[in-house]
Design a protein. Structure first.
Lengths: 259, 264
């Protein structure tokens, strides 16, 4: 293997190892109940409430585009009223969790890396440690817990808005019969689709927080280091979400098939 | 009591500290001087476990903190207060929240008790009434004083100061020196100050150690150090640059005689 590829593989494996150790420390801290709940609430506000615009727009336009595109294809085989069922299943199990997670990774993951990275380069993390406070307890755990809680909630919101927007486009713009459109959506969209989406969102929430915090806590010195950490947090979290989603789809699809 | 034995630290290929040995008695005030980039701050961070050495021991009250994990170190660090070079105030918090940080996390006090302790700590550092200000609104000297208030509020046994007067004007530096002496004398804390400010070294230290070429080069009372005739110590105290660093004294940078201003 050439030296550059060797170095990249080494860096990737080291990064994965460090994130695993960070997850272990965070879990251990969580069991000790050392975090402050008001910090968790603040992070839930930052991740959840401040992401409303992004999530609503993403959910609505995804539902509208998917509804319209499905109608254009299904109309050829006279299955117009099944259009919203495709929107429902897709939004619940795939597009809802993935697109919400990608948008939150861009908005929140980068902000986490930038904030913690700036604290690192200005010695604020050393100050935390000098004040006998574990950085994982104070910085990572509240963000991780908040992210785990908020991502499924945001995903549900995106799903509801997406299906609603798809319904409005189908009924008022494309002239599909509303009763059959809604009935077919309820008929073909099952609880398990929503459950798959929520499980994925829970896992994606952890990925966003862990990658963002890890990049911040290990960022290089100076403004350039913080900038690079921010960029890497968004890129790595997004890639991880897409790759993880593929494997989760396979595993959960198998499990559901066996039920 | 702080004791350092055979401490060695390298960053990559570069050795920063090599076989450092010293002992600081309880209640003693020690100033570590040395050139910028010479490893003084690195040494200070080893005393509180913010950095781990490659080899050697750091004993705090007889307990070796080298090799302790971060959670074990938290217990030891509760004995310490540290003032950072850039103050390292939490910029998302007000002055009062910064100063109260340690109290809120480690002591079970009511809000009224915390507010009273914060007001008292800010009074000690001559910053009464600044509780609601943000760190961004403060001058460099004020930030250092808030950092000091944050460090002394839970009455530590050991106080560490990393370049407390760097970047401050002489009058503000003087006020910081006086604060350090006041904290030392009132709270009877063991004090370690890292500085290259000779006035601070002379006033605050009961003992001065000079770090040079990765080792403790000289150690003694301020009077002994400042009276030293050793060439290296003398050069640092007098602030004389090496001949090779006096670029403008070399022939290359000397103006030709013809272009020199004419003497009247």
């Amino acid at each position: 293997m050439n030296p550059l590829a060797n170095r990249r593989v080494h860096e990737t494996l080291t990064g994965l190892g460090q994130i695993t150790l960070l997850a272990r420390d965070a879990f251990a801290s969580l069991l000790r109940l050392r975090m402050a709940w008001h910090d968790v609430l603040f992070q839930m506000y930052f991740i959840g409430v401040k992401s409303q615009t992004v999530v609503l727009i993403t959910g609505a336009f995804t539902g509208m585009v998917l509804g319209a595109q499905t109608y254009f294809q299904f109309h050829k085989i006279k299955m117009d009223t099944a259009s919203l069922a495709v929107v429902g299943v897709s939004m619940c199990s795939e597009l809802g969790p993935v697109l919400t997670a990608l948008m939150v990774a861009g908005r929140v993951g980068g902000a986490m890396a930038a904030e913690i990275g700036t604290m690192r380069v200005t010695e604020q993390i050393d100050a935390l440690r000098a004040l006998a406070t574990h950085p994982v307890d104070y910085l990572v755990v509240p963000r991780l817990v908040a992210s785990h809680i908020v991502l499924p909630l945001l995903t549900v919101e995106a799903i509801v808005v997406g299906i609603g927007a798809g319904y409005l486009v189908g009924v008022y713009l494309l002239g599909i019969d509303p009763t059959y459109l809604w009935y077919n959506m309820l008929h073909f969209t099952h609880d398990v689709d929503l459950m798959i989406g929520l499980i994925k969102a829970f896992i994606f929430g952890g990925i966003i927080a862990l990658v963002g915090c890890h990049k911040g806590m290990t960022c290089g010195l100076g403004a350039q280091g913080v900038g690079q950490a921010t960029r890497e947090a968004v890129v790595y979290a997004s890639i991880s979400i897409l790759i993880t989603n593929f494997f989760l789809t396979l595993v959960m699809g198998k499990l559901v098939g066996q039920l | 009591m702080i004791e350092v034995r055979h401490l060695q630290k390298s960053f990559g290929e570069q050795t920063v500290l090599d076989d450092i040995n010293f002992r600081i008695e309880t209640g003693e005030s020690v100033v570590i001087i040395g050139r910028s980039g010479g490893g003084k701050s690195v040494l200070l961070k080893h005393l509180i476990g913010l950095l781990q050495p490659d080899s050697g021991e750091v004993l705090i009250d007889g307990e070796n903190i080298v090799g302790m994990d971060e959670r074990q170190l938290l217990r030891v660090r509760r004995k310490f207060g540290m003032v950072f070079q850039g103050a390292a105030l939490f910029d998302s918090m007000t002055v009062a929240e910064n100063v109260a940080f340690g109290l809120r996390r480690h002591e079970h006090l009511t809000e009224a008790e915390i507010a009273a302790r914060v007001a008292k700590a800010l009074d000690v550092v001559d910053l009464p009434g600044t509780e609601d200000k943000n760190p961004a609104e403060l001058s460099g000297g004020m930030r250092k004083r808030v950092g000091l208030a944050r460090a002394i509020i839970y009455r530590p046994q050991f106080m560490l100061y990393d370049e407390p007067t760097t970047g401050l004007d002489p009058i503000v530096s003087d006020s910081i020196d006086q604060l350090m002496m006041r904290v030392r004398d009132r709270l009877k804390v063991t004090t370690v100050v890292v500085t290259h400010d000779m006035r601070t070294a002379r006033r605050v230290g009961q003992r001065v150690m000079m770090l040079h070429e990765k080792k403790i080069y000289a150690s003694g009372t301020p009077e002994e150090i400042f009276a030293s005739q050793d060439a290296v110590v003398r050069q640092f105290i007098d602030g004389v640059a090496d001949a090779k660093e006096n670029l403008f004294q070399t022939e290359r940078f000397t103006r030709p005689a013809a272009s020199s201003p004419r003497q009247p």
